[in-house]
Design a binder for this molecule. Structure first.
Ligand code: UD1
Length: 418
């Protein structure tokens, strides 16, 4: 199994481009199930989660063909619209095929994804809204079994602004009879991208990016031609990598507005940030201080950058209170950072990081989830010794060539087969 080896302590500098967004690409690829024919997606990142999505689409009778960052998906009616456990267990986002399959083919059988390292992650906010749209749903032998002759539009109020739940119901409602009004929905940029793609397919959607989305169902959609938005979490991770090394880095091909919460926090710490239409530059800075963060749904501070921000706070002057409000168990990196010498006290969903510039030392550490892997790499970049990050298959799920991008900015980092 591969490991990432880092000899840190070097300030990063240069220009790096963000890849396409993983979290936008996944629902877009599942949206293809809403229309038979040839779809084309551009700016699709090369990631394990995209491979898993292709595998599931192939299982559902779709053909996929990749050319660089372009992915063509040819959709044909599946003989049996089943998403099996063997594929779903590799990637929770597979649940996003439920809404499209049900809306398009009147039935779907999708394995329950189960919990994951960062929390229990139920899917009640996917299931209940589909029931409100008229689906008959049962849970049997670890599978969600859903049926509906034709879904019918309804007013649905989400208990929580779930990203995946909003996406699943947006896709299903696009083929409903009548009008669906979704309230308290997620407002993430990935939701806006999905609405944009669905609209290109002929869906009638309004309100994406606000907390109310209205969808006028249509009888049929046409194949998508869509380019995936840049990955704001990857771009944010690269900015934090620059910050933690006192570097000067320009991240291009990104959307600065999507990084607003992170840019604000970095500015409040004392970092100098400049932005252009599609770039963000962080300037070398050695005098900066700690700040507190609470994770929250967009436009709040993203939970997907919490671990990487915590790595930065280990190098701050002062203490930082980090409150994780989205997932109940998303602090598994705390123990690994502690193995590198970080001083962090944690109780349930609050961690207090006592910053100490230069206080980390290289160590063998283990990635526990996707964003924790990035956190440990950032911590490694901040120490002069050798850090070896294992279990990096988590990293490969969601970052395209992160080590190559960091090496391009001057980091001493390499992938080795262990
Ligand atoms: C998506 C992102 C993930 C990000 C998360 C929050 C993708 C592929 N993944 O995950 O990277 O960390 O948003 O920004 O886009 N919940 C329920 N019931 C449900 C669904 C969710 O209680 O049916 C809870 C979850 O347990 C969690 C919270 O709602 O505590 C947020 O989850 P959600 O927004 O749905 O996250 P995902 O879509 O799974």
């Amino acid at each position: 199994m591969d490991v990432i080896v880092i000899n840190g302590g070097k300030a990063l500098s240069g220009t790096v481009a963000a890849s396409g967004s993983k979290n936008a690409a996944l629902p877009l690829l599942f949206a293809s199930l809403l229309a038979e024919g040839e779809h084309r997606f551009d700016n699709v990142p090369r990631l394990k989660d995209i491979d898993s999505t292709e595998l599931l689409l192939n299982h559902l009778n779709c053909k996929t063909h990749r050319t660089g960052h372009q992915l063509a998906v040819t959709v044909k009616a599946p003989e049996d619209p089943v998403a099996p456990y063997e594929i779903v267990r590799k990637m929770r986002a597979s649940i996003l095929c439920l809404g499209p399959l049900l809306a398009r083919y009147g039935k779907a059988k999708v394995s329950l994804p189960g919990g994951c390292a960062i929390g229990s992650r139920p899917i009640n906010l996917h299931i209940e809204p589909l029931q409100q749209l008229g689906a008959h749903i049962e849970i049997e032998n670890g599978y969600v079994i859903a049926e509906a002759k034709r879904l019918v539009g309804e007013r649905i109020v989400f208990d929580f602004a779930t990203v995946g739940g909003t996406e699943n119901i947006m896709m299903a409602a696009s083929l409903c009879r009548g009008t669906t009004v979704l309230e308290n929905v997620a407002r993430e940029p990935e939701i806006v991208d999905l609405a944009c793609c669905l609209r290109g397919m002929g869906a009638q959607i309004e309100g994406e990016g606000t907390s109310v989305i209205t969808i006028e169902g249509v009888n049929e959609l046409k194949p998508a031609q869509h380019s995936v938005i840049p990955d704001r979490i990857e771009a944010g991770t690269l900015l934090l990598a620059a910050a933690i090394t006192g570097g000067d880095v320009k991240v291009v091909q990104c959307v600065p507005a999507d990084l607003h919460a992170l840019i604000n926090k970095l500015s409040d710490c004392g970092f100098e940030i400049e932005t252009g239409p599609d770039w963000v530059q962080i300037k070398a800075c050695h005098q900066w201080q700690s700040i507190d963060i609470d994770t929250a749904p967009h436009p709040g501070f993203p939970t997907d950058l919490q671990a990487q921000f915590m790595a930065l706070m280990t190098q701050a002057s002062g203490a930082s209170v980090i409150t994780e409000k989205i997932f109940e168990n998303r602090f598994m990196h705390v123990q690994e950072l502690a193995r590198m010498g970080a001083n962090i006290s944690q109780e349930t969903q609050v961690a207090v990081v006592h910053g100490n510039k230069g206080g980390l030392s290289g160590a063998p550490v283990m990635a526990t989830d996707l964003r924790a892997s990035a956190c440990l790499i950032l911590a490694g970049l901040a120490t002069a010794g050798e850090t070896v990050v294992s279990r990096i298959y988590h990293l490969d799920r969601g970052y395209e060539n992160l080590e190559t991008k960091l090496a391009g900015l001057g980091a001493q980092i390499e992938r080795r087969s262990a």
